[in-house]
Design a protein around this ligand. Structure first.
Ligand code: PMP
Length: 358
Protein backbone atom coordinates (compact mmCIF):
# COMPACT_ATOMS: atom_id res chain seq x y z
CA UNK A 1 0.00 0.00 0.00
CA UNK A 2 1.22 3.50 -0.77
CA UNK A 3 2.10 5.42 2.38
CA UNK A 4 1.10 9.03 2.48
CA UNK A 5 1.85 9.79 6.13
CA UNK A 6 4.92 9.41 8.33
CA UNK A 7 5.23 5.86 9.70
CA UNK A 8 6.64 7.14 13.00
CA UNK A 9 3.26 8.75 13.74
CA UNK A 10 1.41 5.41 13.70
CA UNK A 11 2.30 4.70 17.31
CA UNK A 12 1.34 8.16 18.51
CA UNK A 13 -1.56 8.28 21.00
CA UNK A 14 -4.57 10.46 20.17
CA UNK A 15 -5.20 13.52 22.31
CA UNK A 16 -8.17 12.44 24.44
CA UNK A 17 -10.59 15.27 25.20
CA UNK A 18 -12.94 14.94 28.17
CA UNK A 19 -15.87 12.70 27.28
CA UNK A 20 -18.84 14.28 25.55
CA UNK A 21 -21.96 14.74 27.76
CA UNK A 22 -24.47 13.97 24.97
CA UNK A 23 -22.71 10.68 24.11
CA UNK A 24 -22.66 9.54 27.73
CA UNK A 25 -26.31 10.42 28.32
CA UNK A 26 -27.36 8.50 25.20
CA UNK A 27 -25.13 5.50 25.91
CA UNK A 28 -26.15 5.01 29.53
CA UNK A 29 -29.77 6.20 29.17
CA UNK A 30 -29.22 8.95 31.79
CA UNK A 31 -31.46 12.03 32.13
CA UNK A 32 -28.45 14.33 32.19
CA UNK A 33 -24.80 14.43 33.17
CA UNK A 34 -22.12 16.91 34.20
CA UNK A 35 -18.55 17.16 32.99
CA UNK A 36 -15.63 17.76 35.34
CA UNK A 37 -13.03 16.67 32.85
CA UNK A 38 -11.57 19.59 30.88
CA UNK A 39 -10.43 22.08 33.53
CA UNK A 40 -12.74 24.89 32.47
CA UNK A 41 -14.13 27.40 34.98
CA UNK A 42 -17.90 26.81 35.23
CA UNK A 43 -19.19 30.38 35.56
CA UNK A 44 -19.71 31.40 31.93
CA UNK A 45 -17.86 34.02 29.87
CA UNK A 46 -16.64 37.05 31.85
CA UNK A 47 -18.88 40.17 31.70
CA UNK A 48 -18.48 42.07 28.43
CA UNK A 49 -17.10 39.11 26.49
CA UNK A 50 -20.36 38.17 24.75
CA UNK A 51 -20.87 41.80 23.67
CA UNK A 52 -17.29 42.07 22.37
CA UNK A 53 -17.66 38.82 20.45
CA UNK A 54 -21.02 39.90 18.99
CA UNK A 55 -19.51 43.11 17.73
CA UNK A 56 -16.36 41.44 16.38
CA UNK A 57 -18.44 38.94 14.44
CA UNK A 58 -19.69 41.70 12.14
CA UNK A 59 -16.22 41.99 10.61
CA UNK A 60 -15.35 38.33 10.11
CA UNK A 61 -15.35 38.64 6.32
CA UNK A 62 -11.99 40.42 6.85
CA UNK A 63 -8.75 38.86 8.08
CA UNK A 64 -7.79 39.52 11.71
CA UNK A 65 -5.06 41.99 12.66
CA UNK A 66 -2.10 39.72 11.96
CA UNK A 67 0.16 41.71 14.28
CA UNK A 68 -2.36 41.34 17.16
CA UNK A 69 -1.17 44.83 18.05
CA UNK A 70 -3.62 46.03 20.69
CA UNK A 71 -3.81 42.73 22.54
CA UNK A 72 -0.03 42.32 22.69
CA UNK A 73 0.23 45.86 23.99
CA UNK A 74 -2.27 45.16 26.75
CA UNK A 75 -0.56 41.90 27.74
CA UNK A 76 2.83 43.61 27.63
CA UNK A 77 1.62 46.48 29.84
CA UNK A 78 0.15 44.06 32.33
CA UNK A 79 3.43 42.24 32.83
CA UNK A 80 5.79 45.13 32.24
CA UNK A 81 7.31 43.61 29.10
CA UNK A 82 7.54 45.13 25.65
CA UNK A 83 4.93 43.85 23.15
CA UNK A 84 7.66 42.52 20.86
CA UNK A 85 8.24 39.81 23.47
CA UNK A 86 4.62 38.62 23.32
CA UNK A 87 3.32 36.07 20.79
CA UNK A 88 -0.33 34.96 20.72
CA UNK A 89 -1.75 31.81 19.22
CA UNK A 90 -4.70 29.52 18.76
CA UNK A 91 -4.54 28.28 22.35
CA UNK A 92 -1.29 27.82 24.23
CA UNK A 93 -1.14 24.25 22.93
CA UNK A 94 -0.60 25.64 19.42
CA UNK A 95 2.20 27.83 20.78
CA UNK A 96 3.81 24.79 22.40
CA UNK A 97 3.77 23.14 18.97
CA UNK A 98 5.35 26.20 17.42
CA UNK A 99 8.05 26.14 20.11
CA UNK A 100 8.94 22.57 19.16
CA UNK A 101 9.06 23.62 15.53
CA UNK A 102 11.24 26.61 16.43
CA UNK A 103 13.77 24.69 18.49
CA UNK A 104 14.00 21.10 17.22
CA UNK A 105 15.38 19.39 14.16
CA UNK A 106 14.58 15.68 13.64
CA UNK A 107 16.14 13.61 16.40
CA UNK A 108 16.56 16.47 18.84
CA UNK A 109 15.23 15.88 22.33
CA UNK A 110 12.44 17.44 24.36
CA UNK A 111 12.43 16.65 28.07
CA UNK A 112 9.30 16.69 30.21
CA UNK A 113 8.02 15.14 33.39
CA UNK A 114 5.60 12.24 33.16
CA UNK A 115 2.82 12.24 33.84
CA UNK A 116 2.23 15.77 32.71
CA UNK A 117 0.19 17.51 30.02
CA UNK A 118 -0.81 14.86 27.52
CA UNK A 119 -0.12 17.13 24.54
CA UNK A 120 3.65 17.16 25.21
CA UNK A 121 4.37 13.72 23.68
CA UNK A 122 2.15 14.55 20.70
CA UNK A 123 3.89 17.88 20.19
CA UNK A 124 7.33 16.27 20.37
CA UNK A 125 6.46 13.48 17.95
CA UNK A 126 4.66 15.82 15.56
CA UNK A 127 7.78 17.97 15.42
CA UNK A 128 9.99 14.94 14.72
CA UNK A 129 11.68 15.32 18.11
CA UNK A 130 12.43 12.56 20.60
CA UNK A 131 10.52 12.61 23.89
CA UNK A 132 12.57 12.16 27.03
CA UNK A 133 10.14 11.46 29.84
CA UNK A 134 11.35 11.81 33.39
CA UNK A 135 9.11 10.00 35.89
CA UNK A 136 7.26 12.11 38.46
CA UNK A 137 8.41 11.95 42.08
CA UNK A 138 6.55 9.75 44.56
CA UNK A 139 4.64 12.92 45.47
CA UNK A 140 3.40 13.21 41.82
CA UNK A 141 5.49 16.31 41.01
CA UNK A 142 8.39 17.07 38.66
CA UNK A 143 11.76 15.63 39.61
CA UNK A 144 13.81 18.64 38.55
CA UNK A 145 17.11 17.07 39.59
CA UNK A 146 16.47 14.07 37.34
CA UNK A 147 15.24 16.36 34.56
CA UNK A 148 18.48 18.36 34.70
CA UNK A 149 20.45 15.09 34.68
CA UNK A 150 18.55 13.96 31.55
CA UNK A 151 19.92 16.84 29.46
CA UNK A 152 22.19 15.73 26.59
CA UNK A 153 23.81 17.38 23.58
CA UNK A 154 20.58 16.73 21.69
CA UNK A 155 18.30 18.44 24.21
CA UNK A 156 16.73 21.55 22.70
CA UNK A 157 13.69 22.18 24.88
CA UNK A 158 12.31 21.30 28.33
CA UNK A 159 8.67 21.65 29.36
CA UNK A 160 8.10 22.50 33.02
CA UNK A 161 4.40 22.44 33.84
CA UNK A 162 3.70 24.48 36.97
CA UNK A 163 1.21 23.66 38.44
CA UNK A 164 1.36 20.26 36.79
CA UNK A 165 -1.54 18.93 34.75
CA UNK A 166 -2.96 16.41 35.72
CA UNK A 167 -1.56 16.08 39.26
CA UNK A 168 -1.98 19.70 40.46
CA UNK A 169 1.42 19.66 42.21
CA UNK A 170 3.62 22.71 42.04
CA UNK A 171 7.27 23.67 42.11
CA UNK A 172 8.65 26.29 44.48
CA UNK A 173 11.03 29.10 43.75
CA UNK A 174 14.22 27.67 45.26
CA UNK A 175 14.01 24.43 43.27
CA UNK A 176 13.19 26.22 40.00
CA UNK A 177 16.11 28.63 40.60
CA UNK A 178 18.46 25.68 41.07
CA UNK A 179 17.12 23.94 37.99
CA UNK A 180 17.38 26.98 35.72
CA UNK A 181 20.95 27.54 36.88
CA UNK A 182 21.77 23.95 35.88
CA UNK A 183 20.27 24.12 32.37
CA UNK A 184 22.76 25.04 29.60
CA UNK A 185 22.10 28.43 28.02
CA UNK A 186 21.33 26.88 24.60
CA UNK A 187 18.39 24.84 25.88
CA UNK A 188 14.99 26.53 25.93
CA UNK A 189 12.98 26.06 29.13
CA UNK A 190 9.23 26.47 28.63
CA UNK A 191 7.48 27.28 31.88
CA UNK A 192 3.89 26.28 31.13
CA UNK A 193 1.65 28.21 33.51
CA UNK A 194 -1.80 27.34 32.16
CA UNK A 195 -3.12 27.30 35.75
CA UNK A 196 -1.20 30.23 37.22
CA UNK A 197 -4.31 32.18 38.27
CA UNK A 198 -5.31 29.42 40.70
CA UNK A 199 -2.00 29.45 42.60
CA UNK A 200 -2.26 30.58 46.24
CA UNK A 201 1.06 29.31 47.63
CA UNK A 202 3.33 32.37 47.90
CA UNK A 203 6.42 30.18 47.35
CA UNK A 204 5.22 29.17 43.88
CA UNK A 205 6.67 31.89 41.68
CA UNK A 206 4.94 33.77 38.88
CA UNK A 207 7.37 32.82 36.12
CA UNK A 208 6.71 35.94 34.10
CA UNK A 209 7.74 38.19 36.94
CA UNK A 210 10.46 35.96 38.37
CA UNK A 211 12.13 34.37 35.34
CA UNK A 212 10.89 36.47 32.42
CA UNK A 213 14.30 38.07 31.95
CA UNK A 214 16.25 34.83 31.68
CA UNK A 215 17.38 34.54 28.04
CA UNK A 216 16.49 30.85 27.67
CA UNK A 217 13.09 30.96 29.37
CA UNK A 218 9.72 31.15 27.64
CA UNK A 219 6.56 31.53 29.72
CA UNK A 220 3.38 30.03 28.31
CA UNK A 221 -0.07 31.18 29.45
CA UNK A 222 -3.63 30.46 28.35
CA UNK A 223 -6.92 32.30 28.47
CA UNK A 224 -8.85 29.00 28.35
CA UNK A 225 -9.05 28.40 32.07
CA UNK A 226 -9.37 31.31 34.54
CA UNK A 227 -10.26 33.77 31.76
CA UNK A 228 -13.09 31.62 30.42
CA UNK A 229 -12.19 31.56 26.72
CA UNK A 230 -11.56 27.84 26.11
CA UNK A 231 -13.93 27.76 23.13
CA UNK A 232 -12.29 30.74 21.43
CA UNK A 233 -8.71 29.47 21.56
CA UNK A 234 -6.38 32.13 22.80
CA UNK A 235 -3.02 31.62 24.44
CA UNK A 236 0.15 33.67 24.62
CA UNK A 237 3.82 33.37 25.41
CA UNK A 238 6.47 35.77 26.56
CA UNK A 239 10.04 35.23 25.32
CA UNK A 240 13.16 37.28 24.73
CA UNK A 241 12.75 39.56 21.66
CA UNK A 242 15.03 37.51 19.35
CA UNK A 243 13.33 34.25 20.32
CA UNK A 244 9.90 35.85 19.92
CA UNK A 245 10.86 37.19 16.49
CA UNK A 246 11.80 33.69 15.27
CA UNK A 247 8.65 32.18 16.76
CA UNK A 248 6.59 34.83 14.96
CA UNK A 249 8.11 33.75 11.64
CA UNK A 250 6.77 30.20 11.95
CA UNK A 251 3.50 30.84 13.77
CA UNK A 252 0.48 30.07 11.58
CA UNK A 253 -0.56 33.36 9.96
CA UNK A 254 -3.79 34.86 11.35
CA UNK A 255 -4.12 32.12 13.95
CA UNK A 256 -5.44 34.50 16.62
CA UNK A 257 -8.86 35.23 15.17
CA UNK A 258 -10.61 38.61 15.17
CA UNK A 259 -13.16 37.23 17.63
CA UNK A 260 -10.50 35.76 19.92
CA UNK A 261 -8.61 39.07 19.98
CA UNK A 262 -11.75 41.04 20.84
CA UNK A 263 -12.82 38.54 23.49
CA UNK A 264 -9.37 38.47 25.07
CA UNK A 265 -9.31 42.28 25.33
CA UNK A 266 -12.75 42.29 26.95
CA UNK A 267 -11.79 39.48 29.35
CA UNK A 268 -8.54 41.17 30.39
CA UNK A 269 -10.65 44.16 31.45
CA UNK A 270 -12.34 41.95 34.02
CA UNK A 271 -9.44 40.92 36.18
CA UNK A 272 -11.29 41.54 39.43
CA UNK A 273 -14.21 39.34 38.41
CA UNK A 274 -11.78 36.70 37.13
CA UNK A 275 -10.07 36.71 40.55
CA UNK A 276 -13.42 36.49 42.34
CA UNK A 277 -14.36 33.41 40.30
CA UNK A 278 -10.95 31.84 40.90
CA UNK A 279 -11.42 32.32 44.64
CA UNK A 280 -14.67 30.33 44.44
CA UNK A 281 -12.77 27.58 42.64
CA UNK A 282 -9.95 27.69 45.19
CA UNK A 283 -12.36 27.37 48.14
CA UNK A 284 -14.01 24.39 46.48
CA UNK A 285 -10.60 22.86 45.71
CA UNK A 286 -9.86 22.83 49.43
CA UNK A 287 -13.28 21.35 50.22
CA UNK A 288 -12.91 18.61 47.58
CA UNK A 289 -9.38 17.74 48.70
CA UNK A 290 -10.43 17.39 52.34
CA UNK A 291 -13.53 15.36 51.51
CA UNK A 292 -11.56 12.97 49.28
CA UNK A 293 -8.86 12.53 51.91
CA UNK A 294 -11.62 11.55 54.35
CA UNK A 295 -12.52 8.84 51.83
CA UNK A 296 -8.89 7.64 52.14
CA UNK A 297 -7.77 8.95 48.76
CA UNK A 298 -4.24 10.31 49.01
CA UNK A 299 -4.94 13.54 47.08
CA UNK A 300 -1.82 15.71 46.67
CA UNK A 301 -2.17 19.44 47.41
CA UNK A 302 -3.39 21.12 44.23
CA UNK A 303 -2.57 24.65 43.12
CA UNK A 304 -4.71 24.29 39.98
CA UNK A 305 -8.45 24.07 39.28
CA UNK A 306 -8.53 20.29 39.52
CA UNK A 307 -7.62 17.56 41.97
CA UNK A 308 -5.74 14.31 41.37
CA UNK A 309 -6.82 10.96 42.72
CA UNK A 310 -3.85 8.57 42.46
CA UNK A 311 -6.01 5.46 42.19
CA UNK A 312 -3.59 3.36 40.15
CA UNK A 313 -5.22 0.19 38.88
CA UNK A 314 -8.62 1.35 40.18
CA UNK A 315 -8.61 4.29 37.74
CA UNK A 316 -10.80 2.78 35.02
CA UNK A 317 -13.30 1.31 37.46
CA UNK A 318 -13.62 4.59 39.37
CA UNK A 319 -14.06 6.65 36.19
CA UNK A 320 -16.77 4.29 34.94
CA UNK A 321 -18.53 4.35 38.31
CA UNK A 322 -18.62 8.16 38.25
CA UNK A 323 -19.90 8.14 34.67
CA UNK A 324 -22.67 5.72 35.57
CA UNK A 325 -23.82 8.39 38.04
CA UNK A 326 -23.69 11.10 35.38
CA UNK A 327 -20.34 12.63 36.36
CA UNK A 328 -17.65 12.69 33.67
CA UNK A 329 -14.13 12.74 35.10
CA UNK A 330 -10.82 12.24 33.34
CA UNK A 331 -9.04 8.95 33.90
CA UNK A 332 -5.35 8.55 33.03
CA UNK A 333 -4.82 4.82 33.02
CA UNK A 334 -3.21 3.35 35.00
CA UNK A 335 -2.11 6.25 37.18
CA UNK A 336 -5.13 8.13 38.40
CA UNK A 337 -8.15 10.34 37.88
CA UNK A 338 -8.25 14.10 37.43
CA UNK A 339 -11.38 15.92 38.52
CA UNK A 340 -11.99 19.54 37.55
CA UNK A 341 -13.35 21.76 40.32
CA UNK A 342 -16.89 22.70 39.30
CA UNK A 343 -19.68 24.65 40.99
CA UNK A 344 -20.44 23.65 44.62
CA UNK A 345 -23.48 21.66 43.39
CA UNK A 346 -21.42 19.84 40.77
CA UNK A 347 -18.73 19.06 43.32
CA UNK A 348 -21.36 17.69 45.74
CA UNK A 349 -22.61 15.44 43.00
CA UNK A 350 -19.09 14.24 42.25
CA UNK A 351 -18.40 13.60 45.94
CA UNK A 352 -21.56 11.52 46.23
CA UNK A 353 -20.49 9.51 43.17
CA UNK A 354 -16.96 9.12 44.55
CA UNK A 355 -18.23 7.93 47.91
CA UNK A 356 -20.41 5.33 46.22
CA UNK A 357 -17.59 4.30 43.86
CA UNK A 358 -15.01 3.91 46.61
N1 PMP B 1 -0.80 23.65 29.05
C1 PMP B 1 -1.41 22.91 29.97
C2 PMP B 1 -0.63 22.44 31.13
C3 PMP B 1 -2.76 22.59 29.86
O1 PMP B 1 -3.35 21.83 30.77
C4 PMP B 1 -3.47 23.07 28.74
C5 PMP B 1 -4.93 22.77 28.52
N2 PMP B 1 -5.40 21.56 28.91
C6 PMP B 1 -2.78 23.83 27.81
C7 PMP B 1 -1.46 24.11 27.99
C8 PMP B 1 -3.43 24.31 26.56
O2 PMP B 1 -4.46 25.18 26.73
P1 PMP B 1 -5.07 25.96 25.51
O3 PMP B 1 -4.57 25.35 24.24
O4 PMP B 1 -6.54 25.81 25.66
O5 PMP B 1 -4.61 27.37 25.65
Amino acid sequence: MTRLTRPDLDALPNYVPGRNIADLVRELGLDEAIKLASNEVPYGPLPGVVEAVTEAVTTVHRYPDMGVVRLREVIGERFGVSPDRVVTGCGSVALAEILAKTTCLPGDEIIYSWRSFEAYPIIAAGGGATSIRVPNTAGHGHDLTAMAAAITDRTRMIFVCNPNNPTGTSLRKAEIDRFLDAVPSDVLVVLDEAYREFVTDPDVPDALRTYGDRPNVVVLRTMSKAWGLAGLRMGYLVAQPEVAATIRKVVTPFSTSTVAQAAALAALDQEEEMRRRCSLVIAERTRLTEALRKLSVDVPDSQANFVWLPLGERTAEFSAACESRGVIVRGFHPEGVRVTVGTPEENDRFLAAAEAAL
